[in-house]
Design a protein around this ligand. Structure first.
Ligand code: NAD
Length: 305
């Protein structure tokens, strides 16, 4: 499918690069922060918000995140240059089905979902010919807070956006979406969707499950109040992300089910190994394991800085 006018109408040069009409489904942390980042750089002309919660959309308009609240998804996407899906993953299919028949030939659709293979499968299923103008993407930036009130313009500064285009994806649509996120402060890298899902199962989805599990375990004891009273900085650091949206993380676990199960198996094996060493009072084994982990962490942090 040709994207004849993506370049001309999408992020056009009028002295500076500027996006025309941006429609955001899900004006929460991610959708709201993109709108604020583009507004801060005067890089978008008009932002329309579509949502599930009227109160959240009203807050988004009051906070200057969106210009307009749309109640009809079909009307909302009319003449849009870019449609961003920033909804929990379990909502993706329904939103795509709603908007597919109403997309103009120049409209590019993208998403911000934390997993990619399931989003791509849904986009392929529902968008038909417009699938060529669907750019799967994942901004690697976030906090444990949700909703429009959690959004801030600097969220993406200096962080990575991963795009996972498929063979059919129009290169101009990818360039347009990349340009938008670059305007929001991101560096863009490309990955295969399956590689993305494996990597993020290990570095993000598993740590969230572990964090929720640590809190859950403590909360289950009869003396939980006493236990929580005695927690320190380490426990707080390790469980910050258990303050994240349960709906979002339920959907991530379900969407990335196979890669996450593989990551969990590896983690359980590691725990089992440590459990065996503790049971056997194998101090040398434990120390070696902890030293190796500390060295790996130091190497990672040096590379990152
Ligand atoms: P959020 O909870 O802050 O915002 C999601 C918004 O979507 C909410 O305002 C909700 O009311 C709205 N919504 C729910 N169902 C909807 C529907 N059917 N139609 C329209 N709106 C709907 O969540 P978020 O953190 O902004 O996450 C959004 C997406 O971005 C998720 O897919 C998530 O996987 C991904 N993501 C999140 C992070 C993070 O750290 N939070 C980072 C990268 C990617």
């Amino acid at each position: 499918m040709k994207v004849s006018s993506v370049k001309r109408r999408g992020v056009a040069r009028r002295g500076r690069r500027r996006l025309g009409k941006l429609v955001i489904f899900g004006v929460g942390l991610i959708g709201g922060s993109l709108a604020l980042a583009l507004r801060k750089r005067k890089a978008v002309a008009h932002v329309v918000g579509v949502g599930r919660s009227r109160a959240n959309l009203l807050a988004a308009r009051r906070l200057g995140i969106i210009d307009e609240i749309a109640t009809d998804p079909a009307l909302a996407v009319k003449d849009a240059d870019l449609v961003l899906l920033a909804v929990p993953l379990g909502q993706t299919a329904a939103v795509l089905a709603q908007i597919a028949p109403h997309l103009a030939p120049h409209t590019v659709v993208t998403d911000a979902g934390s997993t990619k293979r399931d989003v791509i499968a849904n986009a392929r299923k529902y968008l038909g010919a417009a699938f060529a103008r669907f750019v799967p993407a994942h901004p690697i930036a976030g906090t444990e807070n949700s909703g429009a009130r959690a959004a801030f313009a600097e969220l993406f500064d200096g962080h990575k956006l991963i795009v996972t285009p498929e063979p059919e994806t129009d290169a101009r649509a990818v360039r347009m979406v990349s340009a938008v996120w670059k305007l929001a402060g991101m560096r863009v890298i490309t990955m295969h969707a399956a590689d993305h899902d494996r990597v993020f199962a290990l570095v993000s989805h598993l740590p969230h499950v572990v964090s929720f599990a640590l809190i859950d375990q403590l909360a289950g004891y009869a003396d939980a109040a006493t236990l929580f009273r005695h927690t320190g900085g380490g426990f707080r650091d390790l469980t910050r992300i258990a303050g994240s949206s349960p709906e979002m993380w339920r959907d991530v676990c379900l969407a990335n089910h196979d890669a996450l199960l593989t990551a969990l198996e590896g983690y359980l094996e590691e725990l089992e190994l440590l459990r065996g060493m503790i049971e056997a009072s194998d101090g040398q084994g434990l120390e070696e394991r902890f030293a190796a982990a500390r060295a790996a962490r130091a190497k990672w942090l040096i590379k990152k800085s």
